[in-house]
Design a protein around this ligand. Structure first.
Ligand SMILES: C[S@@+](CC[C@H](N)C(=O)[O-])C[C@H]1O[C@@H](n2cnc3c(N)ncnc32)[C@H](O)[C@@H]1O
Length: 299
């Protein structure tokens, strides 16, 4: 039997958990906490097509540390369950909602267990996002939603002149090395169509993160990771999977570390300021005839 952790364990029809070793991209708790800081705090208007005030059971797939799960739990009278393939992250999400380990392509729940199945920044990490949406449709009776970014359209302004251009270079090299659609947010409607879900609405939400004095511990840690090159090193293998050569990577890393030292210098003088805007798109669909049948057929 699958295992629900957390205070509410009303879902007692869990299917046996599937093998979770197939999922590839890993995220650290620190990265998710830092990059989601303040998300949905300024406005939740883009979430209104999710009809949260009338939901009874919500599943947040690929919930990570539960950054969206806790917003769903605050906005809905219904029960919210978080599901992720990474048990480490689930431990953190368990602070906010009950959690279940599971693969988005083979959710450990029976048909029709929820009236909303939603994900945030999951589909951009999956090679076949329509297959996952099919599976969402299988376990939903009504709504399926995806909150996905367009990571090709991230904008950065920084008081360290080189930072914006270097981050763009590093991001482009990383995106060239991966084989999933990181711009999917802007085109999620097409994936919903592939999964035979009727799209009700798409709304945009720009997640703007600013760093300015007084600096948070997370901001100081991020600056140190720039100066040591540690953050870039984590992505080295992925970058080298694209056209970037090892020599180009070394050159990028050296410029990156120098930029990181400038960030730290400016922080010491309380002069460092940075703003990053990531466009997210909330796409909401309703089950149409035949939705979820691909996954039903898998038995
Ligand atoms: C970018 S993070 C997003 C986390 C969270 N939704 C948020 O917005 O902060 C992507 C998450 O999807 C999870 N994930 C990736 N592939 C998965 C799969 N096949 N099944 C379930 N979760 C998966 C990762 O472990 C990670 O927690």
């Amino acid at each position: 039997m699958g295992h629900v952790s957390g205070p509410v364990a009303e879902i007692d029809l869990l299917l046996p958990p599937s093998d979770l070793s197939g999922f590839v991209r890993e995220f650290s708790e620190d990265y998710l906490r830092r990059t989601r800081a303040g998300m949905w705090d300024d406005s939740r208007a883009a979430l209104s097509p999710l009809e949260l005030d009338s939901r009874e059971r919500i599943l947040d797939v690929g919930c990570g540390t539960g950054e969206l799960s806790r917003v769903l739990a605050a906005e809905s009278p219904g029960e919210v369950i978080g599901c992720d393939a990474d048990p480490e992250l689930l431990r953190a999400a368990g602070e906010f909602v009950p959690t279940v380990a599971g693969d988005a392509h083979r959710l450990p729940f029976p048909d029709d267990a929820f009236d909303l199945v939603v994900c945030q920044a999951l589909l951009i990490n999956l090679p076949d996002p329509a297959a996952a949406l099919d599976e969402f449709a299988r376990v939903s009776t009504d709504l399926v939603a995806a909150v996905e970014p367009n990571n090709e359209a991230v904008e950065i302004e920084s008081s360290v002149r080189a930072e914006g251009a270097l981050e763009r270079r590093a991001r482009d090299a990383y995106l060239d090395g991966i084989d999933t659609d990181v711009a999917l947010g802007a085109d999620a409607r097409e994936v919903f169509d592939d999964a035979t879900l009727d799209v009700l609405e798409t709304r945009r939400y720009d997640h703007v993160r600013t760093i300015e004095p007084p600096y948070s511990d997370g901001a100081v840690r991020a600056a140190r990771r720039k100066a040591t090159g540690a953050g870039l090193a984590d992505d080295r293998e992925t970058m080298l999977d694209g056209p970037l050569t090892a020599a180009e990577y070394d050159e990028l890393r050296s410029e990156w570390r120098s930029m990181g030292r400038d960030v730290i210098d400016q922080m010491e003088d309380r002069e460092y300021r940075r703003a990053e805007a990531v466009p997210f798109f909330v796409t909401v669909g309703r089950l149409s005839d035949g939705a979820g049948t691909r996954t039903h057929d898998q038995g």
